[in-house]
Design a protein. Structure first.
Ligand code: URA
Length: 215
């Protein structure tokens, strides 16, 4: 298997493989697609939290013994790339109560064919935060790169961006790392590549349409 710097592939357990098999299956109905995608998203968020800085903390347990542990240091926020990334917001909220979540809408400009920013609403102090960037499918990487550019323009250091993603194409990983090598990518599986329509193959089709029930 090819490995990439700054990519954390979730541990390929039988449980994860079984979850991915359900969401990739074209016969899976929407309620199951949502339920099992949410389970994978939860695993991604839990793994992404490992990239936040921690500081030592000693506490006393009810037995009177001292336990040398850790606590999170540093503030976080989420930023979802609309629309599919919004499906990952709930999983983030389940792990980080009352987390601030910004949104970015990027679409292909019909004239230039380049990704264009249409909307960004971000926490006002985002430059002081670690950012969990949310988008389930990493295909060419064009949208994700544009989103990272927006974050950097808002003062977020590149190394403070943790991109959470269900399925990644090698093309997208390479595109991100050639421009933003310090961004950490956390993904559940890396696929073979892109097909002629720029869909990830084998992939799972259009994540947003399957999750939100649209065509
Ligand atoms: N977005 C999707 O939803 N699926 C892909 O395969 C690529 C981008």
């Amino acid at each position: 298997m090819i490995t990439f710097d700054n990519v954390k592939l979730l541990e390929q357990t039988n449980e994860l493989k079984a979850l991915l098999t359900i969401v990739r299956d074209r016969e899976t109905e929407r309620s199951d697609f949502i339920f099992y995608s949410d389970r994978i998203i939860r695993l991604l968020v839990e793994e992404g939290l490992n990239y936040l800085p921690c500081i030592s903390k000693q506490i006393e347990t009810p037995t009177g013994a001292v336990y040398s542990g850790l606590k999170f240091g540093g503030k976080i926020c989420g930023v979802s790339i609309m629309r599919a990334g919004e499906a990952m917001e709930q999983g983030l909220r389940e792990c980080c109560r009352s987390v601030r979540i910004g949104k970015i809408l990027i679409q292909r400009d019909e004239e230039t064919a380049l990704p264009k920013l249409y909307y960004a609403k971000l926490p006002q102090d985002i430059s002081d935060r670690y950012v969990l960037l949310l988008d389930p499918m990493l295909a060419t990487g064009g949208t994700c790169k544009k989103a990272i550019q927006v974050l950097i323009e808002h003062g977020v250091p590149e190394e403070n961006v943790i991109f959470l993603n269900l399925i990644a194409a090698p093309e997208g990983i390479k595109a991100i790392h050639s421009s933003y090598p310090k961004v950490q990518i956390v993904t559940a599986e890396i696929d073979q590549g892109l097909d002629e329509k720029k869909y990830i193959s084998p992939g799972l089709g259009d994540f947003g349409c399957r999750y939100f029930g649209t065509d």
